[in-house]
Design a protein around this ligand. Structure first.
Ligand SMILES: [Zn+2]
Ligand SMILES: [Zn+2]
Length: 323
């Protein structure tokens, strides 16, 4: 089978490898669609993310869907829950398995991800995909789960005045999830005109990053230092900022006086809970969240280098690879 491995910064190589053999409890999946994420861009550009460095050449890809290839579930369309928690640590045992630090995560060193034709993954982490959700939109379900988790951390309701700073795919999915929750006042900003237009089409009101100060909850979804500053500035005194983006150099810098004088609550978001992926599927299948217009580029696995170039250019929204 064909495999795309990251060997170092900007060094993705296509190769041929044996089809993986599932161990007991795992299923073999023929991967049909993989979304590229901002976290993949960090890996691609720097060969690291946060404090984790590339060890051996790594297969990226954690926003994946496919078809079970063998066994009793053969032919079933599934989306992958990319986090495989250890099940034994304190967070796992207390029902907060998404905070596990000793589990595996697809496409995060040392666990190979989905940018390949076949992948073995625990069968209980394969969520059935209804016919109502087609490929390649299924690649957006994991990021929608991340967005739903961010909303839960903030505790929004229909009267919340929300702001979204950074309108890449996760920011846009936060906007759409907020709309699904009945919010009508959603302000969104991004330095890129096409992303601002997409936020407008998703149900937000575009703003230029200045002039607002009455937001109850701001979601920072880019990881850029300027976006963190904007998020802090636009929330009202006593408001909440949820940091969803991943900082490029593992540092989040903020104005202490700005945050302190307004006595802001800062919330750090990590991935999603086990409930969020099934919830994302229900919301999309039920028509409450529309995934239309978010996928702007589709590439075959042979063109994975072009896919990363498109991701790096930020010219579009969601880039998907179809192995
Ligand atoms: Zn991601
Ligand atoms: Zn654990």
């Amino acid at each position: 089978m064909h495999v795309a491995r990251l060997h170092g910064p900007r060094d993705v190589r296509l190769g041929r490898e044996a089809v993986p053999v599932p161990v007991p409890g795992e299923a073999l999946i023929r991967i049909t669609t993989v979304g590229l994420c901002g976290s993949d861009l960090h890996w691609f550009e720097t060969g690291r993310i946060g404090t984790t460095e590339l060890a051996d050449p790594l297969v990226l890809g954690h926003e994946a869907a496919g078809v079970v290839a063998v066994g009793p579930r053969r032919g079933e369309r599934v989306v992958l829950e990319p986090a495989a928690p250890c099940g034994m640590c304190a967070p796992c045992r207390s029902g907060r398995a998404w905070l596990c630090s000793s589990g595996r995560f697809a496409g995060h060193t040392p666990q190979d991800g989905a940018l390949r034709e076949f992948m073995a993954w625990p069968a209980d982490l394969l969520v059935p995909l209804p016919d109502a959700i087609e490929d390649p939109e299924a690649a957006l379900l994991e990021p929608l789960g991340v967005a739903l988790h961010a909303l839960d951390l903030a505790g929004v309701d229909a009267t919340t005045r929300a702001g979204v700073v950074g309108c890449g795919p996760v920011g846009l999915l936060i906007v759409r999830a907020l709309r699904a929750d009945g919010l009508v006042e959603i302000a969104a900003c991004d330095p890129l005109a096409n992303r601002l237009a997409a936020a407008d089409a998703s149900g937000a009101t575009a703003f230029d990053g200045a002039g607002l100060s009455e937001i109850d909850v701001a979601f920072e979804a880019s990881g850029e230092p300027d976006a963190v500053t904007t998020a802090l500035r636009v929330v009202r005194p006593g408001g909440t900022v949820v940091l969803v983006g991943i900082a490029a150099d593992d540092r989040t810098v903020l104005s202490a006086s700005l945050a302190r004088r307004k006595e802001l609550t800062l919330v750090f978001a990590r991935r999603m809970t086990a409930m969020d992926l099934p919830r994302a599927i229900r919301l999309v299948a039920g028509g409450q969240v529309d995934l239309g217009g978010l996928i702007t580029h589709r590439f075959g696995l042979d063109d994975v280098a072009l896919a990363f170039a498109a991701l790096e250019s930020r010219a579009g929204l969601k880039i998907v690879v179809e192995p």
